[in-house]
Design a protein around this ligand. Structure first.
Ligand code: ADE
Length: 419
């Protein structure tokens, strides 16, 4: 195992406390960890993970180690690392960690490359950087790989583009698209934590404000629903007519971003695309508007345009709030335009990550058991895994459900004519 590269190993005790706190909200992952300890399905397998280095991720890493994996971890974003968690994992939880909050672009790349150098048989990604770097710089490793998993929509977009070009050379399990991931991560996880990040950074009151959500996928829906619940007037901007119609039917105002630019007090981009808020929008915004991004990459708000327009300069007016002076009009950018829910808050609550990371752990096990039989390409999480996780989560919530009677089963599976 190579030496870890973390900010400060002496932070480990605080990290352990944080990991234990999250663990109490992660009963599904805990039950998988107990089984992994008994069965050791990952024995001898090198698993490299490029994920946000949080307490929740630490519990996933503990689960992989319990299953017998040699585990290494780097950050999926330079601003999301919890340094005390990185220290605890590197210190005594047996994981090789390369991550420090605020690391620069060179350190980020060096850290990803340190994981590539381990020659992993399985990769776990949140954004696909690790697997893409392997394809780009060490294709020789792909031969020995069982496969990878992917946690985000953005990562899957990149991997599917690689697949379309005929270059994806191993199976990838699309954890992001499991029902027990997508329904809860995007809507409940980012929906709550993006607002949490904005409120922690600004201490604004949402009631009475106009909040503009750009992008009405599951994340946009979750944010809009919660912002409305907190008393904000919500405006939705979309390019997809189906989603736009859905937003309108949910009772939100729907309009082009250029119009919304003049109306909004708070803007949140969650499209996965680039330059969603650019010069023409920034030029129209009100004095004091707040700009945040909850999409994976920091490209949804054009920082280039913002900087070019800021003739009066920029100052950090609160931690993670950069105020740009556009000749008397002030625009407040949160967390440098990076994922606000992770940079200014703690990401998805542990109870949500419980299901995502249960998917990750079981997908890794699936790759060990069946990876060799899977063709290169993006594959869904098997339905039985999704159902197992839902069942375990329900049990942890002490929720019981009905089962069909034999007559009902028979009725539902027959084609009998009416009457
Ligand atoms: N992605 C979003 N929230 C997260 C969290 N709490 N831990 C790891 N990855 C995340």
């Amino acid at each position: 195992m190579a030496a870890p590269d973390v900010a400060d190993l002496s932070l480990a005790p605080a990290g352990r406390a944080r990991i234990a706190w999250a663990d109490q909200q992660m009963p599904v992952l805990a039950s998988i960890r107990e089984r992994f300890e008994r069965e050791r399905p990952l024995a001898g397998i090198t698993v490299a993970a490029c994920l946000h280095v949080t307490a929740e991720t630490a519990n996933l890493m503990r689960t992989l180690v319990a299953g017998g994996a040699e585990a290494a971890l780097c950050a999926a974003n330079p601003l999301s690392t919890q340094d005390e968690v990185a220290a605890a994992l590197a210190g005594d939880l047996g994981v090789e960690v390369h991550a420090a909050r605020g690391e620069d672009a060179d350190a980020y790349v060096r850290h990803v490359q340190a994981l590539v150098a381990r020659g992993p048989q399985i990769t776990l990604d949140d954004g696909a950087d690790l697997l893409i770097v392997i394809h780009a710089s060490r294709p020789d490793l792909l031969e020995g790989m069982l496969g990878g998993t992917e946690e985000t929509t953005t990562g899957l977009l990149r991997l599917r583009a690689l697949e379309r070009d005929g270059r994806l050379a191993c199976p990838v399990i699309a954890v992001n698209e499991a029902f027990t991931e997508r329904q809860f991560n995007d809507r409940h996880g980012t929906g709550q934590s993006a607002l949490d990040g904005i409120l922690r950074a600004t201490n604004l009151l949402l009631a009475g404000r106009t909040l503009v959500v750009l992008g009405y996928g599951w994340t946009g829906k979750g944010i809009a629903e919660r912002a409305r619940g907190a008393g904000a007037s919500v405006v939705v901007c979309e390019v997809d007519p189906l989603r736009a119609l859905e937003a309108r039917m949910q009772g939100y105002e729907v309009m082009p971003a250029l119009e919304a630019a003049e109306r909004g007090d708070i803007f949140i981009t969650v499209t996965g695309g680039r330059d969603v808020l650019r010069r023409e929008h920034l030029e129209r915004m009100k004095d004091g508007a707040v700009l945040a991004n909850a999409g994976h990459f920091d490209i949804e708000i054009s920082l280039q345009d913002l900087r070019a327009l800021a003739t009066g300069g920029m100052q950090e007016v609160r931690p993670l709030v950069e105020q740009y002076d556009l000749g008397g009009r002030r625009l407040n950018l949160l967390a440098q335009g990076r994922v606000v829910n992770l940079a200014a808050a703690e990401g998805h609550p542990a109870a949500v990550m419980d299901m995502s990371f249960a998917n990750q752990a079981l997908a890794a096990e699936e790759l060990v058991r069946h990876g060799a039989d899977l063709a290169p390409g993006v594959h869904p999480v098997p339905d039985r895994i999704d159902r197992e996780i839902a069942g375990l989560k329900l049990a942890s919530l002490d929720v019981h459900i009905d089962a069909l009677t034999a007559a009902q089963e028979q009725y539902l599976s027959s084609w009998g004519a009416p009457g």
